[in-house]
Design a protein around this ligand. Structure first.
Ligand code: DX5
Ligand code: ZN
Length: 222
């Protein structure tokens, strides 16, 4: 089963509630919520207050991607704000196992995010605490960047690790890809092993503003 997770980073920030409701009505599965702190990444976006504000606009899972350092102190705030999934970058956490535990103790699903050049060994000793692995196919910080082609090899390597883990544990960890996902490359990305696809500019750049169903065809095509 495949999931589409539109990234709100490219949505109209003045009308976020409507944007959330519209992409879900158009067939999207999760809402991807990019949190940037102008410290871990060179951009500044939205926090728990905005998560809380959009929560009543959908029952779909809110997938919070933390690009913040430090990680731990913001986790309970997002859990209270209605996040369902919380992921963070291993480089941004002093204690990866502790951060994953904080997320799970708060009742959310937990995941690690790997930048294009971040080695995969960070997941080695925490597989039992992972619900999702998020692989970046751009460097984090901005929407609208081009998919880095080398990511496909890395994606296959992650797929192999997760399949081996599932074979020995019976537990399936989701494999999410984030950055530069478009209609014309999503099939190759799926073949390389992703099951969950973040798409920001591809979704929110589609159609005409005046068209109430403007997201239908792009989400169907993805
Ligand atoms: C980048 C963010 C992505 C981004 C994806 O740091 O994590 O979620 O919004 O946007 P597109 O799909 O436009 O590359
Ligand atoms: Zn993201």
């Amino acid at each position: 089963m495949f999931r589409i997770a539109p990234s709100l980073l490219s949505a109209d920030f003045a009308r976020l509630g409507d944007e959330v409701a519209r992409v879900i009505a158009s067939g999207a599965d999760w809402i991807h919520f990019d949190v940037m702190d102008n410290h871990y990444v060179p951009n500044l976006t939205i926090g728990p207050l905005v998560c809380e504000a959009i929560r009543p606009h959908t029952t779909a899972p809110i997938d919070v991607h933390l690009m913040v350092k430090p990680v731990d102190r913001i986790i309970p705030d997002f859990a209270r704000a209605g996040a369902d999934i919380i992921t963070f970058h291993p480089e941004a956490s002093e204690h990866i196992d502790r951060s994953l535990g904080l997320i799970r103790d708060a009742g959310c699903q937990a995941g690690l995010v790997f930048n294009p050049a971040t080695p995969l060994h960070h997941m080695d000793h925490v597989m039992d605490r992972l619900d999702v692995v998020l692989l970046m196919s751009v460097n984090p910080g901005f929407g609208g960047q081009a998919f880095i082609p080398e990511t496909l090899d890395k994606l296959r390597a992650v797929r192999a690790r997760l399949d081996a883990y599932e074979a020995r544990s019976g537990r399936r960890i989701l494999l999410e890809i984030d950055g530069g996902v478009k209609i014309d490359n999503i099939a190759d990305i799926a073949r390389a092993g992703a099951d969950t696809f973040v798409a920001g500019s591809a979704v929110f750049g589609a159609g005409r503003d005046s068209d109430p169903n403007r997201y239908d065809s792009v989400i169907a095509a993805l």
